[in-house]
Design a binder for this molecule. Sequence first.
Ligand code: ATP
Length: 233
Amino acid sequence: MSIIRIENLKKYYGKGATTVKALDGVSLTVEKGEFVAIVGTSGSGKSTLLHMLGGLDRATEGKVYVDGHDIFAMKDDKLTIFRRRSVGFVFQSYNLLPILNVLENIILPIELDGGKIDQAYLDKVIHTLGLQEKVHNLPANLSGGQQQRVAIARALATKPSIILADEPTGNLDSKTSQEVLILMKQMSEKFNQTIVMITHNEQIAQTADRIIRMEDGTIVSCNAQAGREVTPS
Ligand SMILES: Nc1ncnc2c1ncn2[C@@H]1O[C@H](COP(=O)(O)OP(=O)(O)OP(=O)(O)O)[C@@H](O)[C@H]1O
């Protein structure tokens, strides 16, 4: 089943001669449980595409379906709820709340939404990410890699339809980056979690099931990695 379907997506900034075509006709499907990397030079449209997928901004033209929902057909208040329930975000800068401990950070999105905590699932996530000894620590007392693992746990906590990660290892050294990447891949496999990740690092992209290459607002290739099965839709 395709969890993401993007149809002829266009995002133009400005008007007339100064128009910037950040996305210029992008079509793509992503299957449930896939771990996809988006690569491309600066300005090729990676962040714009991720923002559209997360309903953070609206398109000039085209459609985005996430888990069957036509997201641009939603009014702003519905889109906000969709984002809270169906999209997990992981940023380069972790974005943890400094006054909350690790566990409180992880469950915050569930509590904000008035949802119920699935304790068994949460325990599994925390253990798989190796955070069980750290749940009562404040973020300031964790390494960068540990903080990013907390951010990944927080993104997974609500069991979102998709996780969007924007340069998740951008602040980490190469050894820690690899560790975090391997964990993201494991989370994707273990929980059948769809992850779309932007990276400028070719080695990091190789961890993904599929690499989407962007140039000038378009996708120039979207091949599955050798030896990995991706069912076309
Ligand atoms: N709010 C905006 N207003 C005007 N132009 C924008 C805006 N956001 C992005 N752009 C332009 O759209 C194009 C695509 O930008 P985008 O940030 O998606 O690229 P990117 O591939 O993510 O780049 P980077 O790797 O540097 O983050 C660029 O030319 C950029 O300058």
